[in-house]
Design a protein around this ligand. Structure first.
Ligand code: AHG
Ligand code: MN
Ligand code: MN
Length: 292
């Protein structure tokens, strides 16, 4: 089944945005071979921008912002919220390319898009939906608009074809432990030790979106915790954690900052970082229940 057919029944403006993101992702998937370099600019997080980061960002801004389909766009690669002429109230929060440190080693990375109405400084539980694309051996697109999680793969005709419908998170013991162990805070050290004692195997690539995609399929937990030097951790609430948390929650998993449901957190700024634990309910209840 084609993505466009699977989307029938949802609100037209949302459908048009999801299909717009899908089209841009096809262009991004073809861009890696000629954009392997870095630029001399950095984003607001002080991270040097790869050529692919900036190109993917510009594509999404020009194609979606220029389409009249969206009113606002917040991007990991932009310091401010962007506003466009539009009748729509759709607002997107976007990580144009997540995992771009892997460009030189050809591991999977992706694009993450959160879909909101009326603005982006709202809790993830109020999102209309989320989409992510992974550029790997296959280019796959996963979306949820509040009625299950569905995965598509790009075929040789350039169409996204349904692979899995109403996905539910796996139950294997896998963990993606971000940050350096010698900077762990005591409660996080205890958490990781418990998982290791329980036989959890490590699955960590350096690409949040790809690592969470693996946890969604196989089960377990990905975490990028608060750590000595940054109690708020590294990953961004709006561009990474809330959209992926929305999808994993829709698949029967859960997401937390270690204390509360991450989807209940109201962002104070578009650049807010948050510690993240995302995966199966068992693994998320474990961290939330640990004394801190
Ligand atoms: P981005 O490429 O959008 O900056 O995101 C990179 C993030 C995330 O994808 C990954 O899990 C994390 O950075 C890895 O951080 P370390 O390099 O500190 O392990
Ligand atoms: Mn990212
Ligand atoms: Mn990024």
């Amino acid at each position: 089944m084609l993505l466009s057919k699977h989307l029938k029944g949802y609100e037209k403006d949302i459908v048009d945005v999801v299909l717009g993101v899908a089209e841009v992702s096809k262009t991004i998937s073809r861009g890696f071979i000629t954009r392997q370099g870095k630029t001399d600019t950095s984003n607001v997080y002080g991270e040097q921008q790869a050529a692919m980061d900036k190109w993917a960002d510009e594509l999404l801004i020009n194609e979606l912002g220029g389409s009249g389909l969206i009113r606002y766009l917040a991007s990991e690669e932009q310091p401010e919220l962007l506003e466009f002429e539009s009748e729509s109230d759709i607002a997107l929060s976007v990580d144009p390319l997540d995992g771009s440190s892997l460009l030189g080693v050809n591991l999977a990375m992706g694009t993450i898009v959160g879909i909101h109405r009326g603005g982006v400084l709202k809790p993830g539980e109020e999102m209309v939906g989320a989409v992510y694309i992974i550029y790997g051996p296959l280019t796959v697109l996963v979306y949820s608009l509040g009625d299950g999680v569905h995965e598509f793969a790009l075929n040789t005709d350039g169409d996204f074809i349904l692979q899995k419908e109403n996905m539910t998170i796996g139950s294997e013991k896998r963990m993606g432990p971000g940050a350096a162990r010698n900077t762990y805070l005591p409660f996080h050290e205890e958490y990781i030790s418990k998982l290791e004692a329980d036989g959890y195997k490590i699955r960590f690539s350096g690409s949040f979106v790809a690592d969470v995609h693996q946890i969604l399929h196989k089960g377990g937990v990905f975490t990028y915790p608060g750590y000595q030097g940054s109690v708020r951790g590294k990953l961004r609430l709006l561009f990474e954690c809330a959209p992926m948390g929305y999808i994993v929650t829709q698949a029967g998993g859960a997401v937390s900052d270690g204390y509360v449901d991450l989807l209940s957190i109201v962002p104070e700024s578009i650049s807010e970082r948050v510690p993240v634990y995302i995966g199966g309910k068992r693994e998320i209840n474990l961290i939330m229940g640990l004394p801190k």
